[in-house]
Ligand binder design. Structure first.
Ligand SMILES: NC(=O)c1ccc[n+]([C@@H]2O[C@H](COP(=O)([O-])OP(=O)(O)OC[C@H]3O[C@@H](n4cnc5c(N)ncnc54)[C@H](O)[C@@H]3O)[C@@H](O)[C@H]2O)c1
Ligand SMILES: [Fe+2]
Length: 400
């Protein structure tokens, strides 16, 4: 039995409409003069990259921009981005501006700047030897929580699988969250990213209790903890009340702000508690199909919740209530099963697929998806119900 738990965060979180104007003050505190900005063509197209670059140049910073980040970035993109940075002037701070893809790329570059080598030297848990270069993360999606997490995810295109670096040294120095930057996010991206945040919150909240995680020594994903439970539950409520609104009324700043807060809280929760089966299964599926990460985790979530309900009825019942399901005369167990149904309804409301066949997965893929998810121990051991090849295959067939 594990008797001790701990909670990590980024040192500084700045949140609010217009907070992008704090960037100069943030960089001054980091004593930065030469800045390397990582972003992607979508953020540039939305005018956000130019606005941030303008703010930096007005304040007298030397700025080098890499705007070729791609969604679900391959390992090679991280190497290209690092090479690009190395050939420019010395950098004393890195800015990751964008969704999880740009921020994760910025994390890997900040890691390579500090410690050299190849991203694969750090794949897995607790492989980063010390602090990374100073990183300011500015999210423009409300989903991954990457601005505060200990995780960076890349795609191994040769082996068709997503792989991650997970280490508390990977947390950015500062997370700067300005909801106004998310106003132009298209409905489909809003839906995919928002449902990913829900998957983080639900999986952190329903993770096996930290005492019962079967692992020795220091671990990054510790199972459910009192602090992550509080954060995750608040995140679930915010998403239940705001995601459909943010998708349907993109210019609703209050809904956008609540979603950005929700993804932040979920990021803080899952980067300590961990995620579980939905994320483990999403890794091999993400290597097989081109769907965004959130579409895959979101699709799996209600099926994983139903799979786990018998083992975690009391927390599932609380999730159902966060979604507005009234207890009436229902037993706790009946209420618990209503949680996965509420998530399935939400997927439909926001126009996301609810079946794996809709994203190109076929029956013949199922055994390998189950087989490749089971060894992802840091996530699998968090799942409240212990999965096997057989039960994972059954779960996947239900989702097909
Ligand atoms: N590091 C973590 O803790 C963590 C957690 C979950 C997922 N991830 C990873 O993050 C990646 C997904 O990130 P994401 O879901 O944030 O999406 P993303 O970064 O891939 O962005 C998706 C698309 O949205 C566009 N976009 C982003 N913000 C916009 C805006 N404000 N206006 C207009 N267009 C905008 C981008 O240009 C891009 O084309 C995946 O690789 C996933 O595995 C990381
Ligand atoms: Fe995720």
């Amino acid at each position: 039995m594990r008797n001790t738990w701990e909670f990590y965060s980024t040192e500084r979180i700045v949140f609010g409409n217009g907070s992008i104007n704090q960037l100069d003050a943030i960089l001054q505190r980091l004593k930065a003069k030469n800045v390397f900005l990582v972003t992607d063509p979508g953020i540039k197209g939305a005018g956000i990259a130019d606005r941030v670059q303008g703010l930096l140049r007005e304040s007298g910073y030397e700025v080098v921009v890499y705007d070729q980040a791609v969604p679900e970035p391959p390992i090679q993109t991280a190497l290209d981005c690092f090479e690009f940075a190395k050939n420019k002037a010395a950098t004393d701070a890195i800015i990751g501006l964008g969704g999880g893809s740009s921020i994760d790329l910025a994390k890997v570059v900040a890691l390579l700047m500090a410690h050299g080598g190849h991203p694969s030297d750090y794949f897995g848990e607790n492989k980063v030897p010390g602090p990374i270069a100073p990183l300011v993360a500015i999210p423009t999606t409300a989903g991954t929580g990457s601005e505060v997490t200990s995780v960076a995810v890349l795609t191994d295109v040769e082996n068709n699988i997503k792989i991650g670096v997970s280490d508390n040294y990977l947390r950015p120095a500062v997370a700067l969250l300005d909801p106004e930057l998310t106003l132009g996010l298209p409905p489909y991206v809003t839906a995919c990213t928002g449902i990913d945040a829900l998957a983080h919150a639900v999986e952190a909240y329903t993770a096996k209790g930290s005492k019962f995680i079967p692992a020795e020594g220091p671990i990054l994903f510790q199972g459910s903890l009192p602090i992550s439970d509080a954060l995750a539950m608040q995140s679930i409520e915010l998403i239940a009340n705001n995601l459909t609104l943010a998708v349907q009324q993109g210019s609703n700043l209050e809904a956008r702000s609540n979603m950005l807060l929700a993804s932040l809280l979920a990021g803080l929760a899952f980067s300590n508690a961990g995620t579980a089966a939905a994320h483990a299964l999403a890794y091999p599926i993400g290597g097989l199909v081109k769907s965004p990460h959130g579409e895959v985790t979101g699709l799996l979530l209600p099926y994983v919740m139903a799979y786990n309900t018998a083992v975690e009825p009391s927390k599932m019942a609380k999730i159902a209530q966060a979604f507005g399901v009234k207890p009436d005369h229902r037993s706790e167990k009946e209420l618990a099963y209503a949680a996965s149904e509420a998530v399935l309804r939400l997927l439909k409301e926001i126009g996301l697929p609810t079946k794996l066949s809709e994203i190109g997965i076929q029956e013949r893929h199922i055994p390998d998806i189950a087989k490749n998810a089971l060894p992802i121990e840091r996530l699998i051991r968090n799942n409240p119900r212990v999965p096997t090849q057989k039960t994972f295959e059954e779960l996947l067939r239900q989702a097909l």
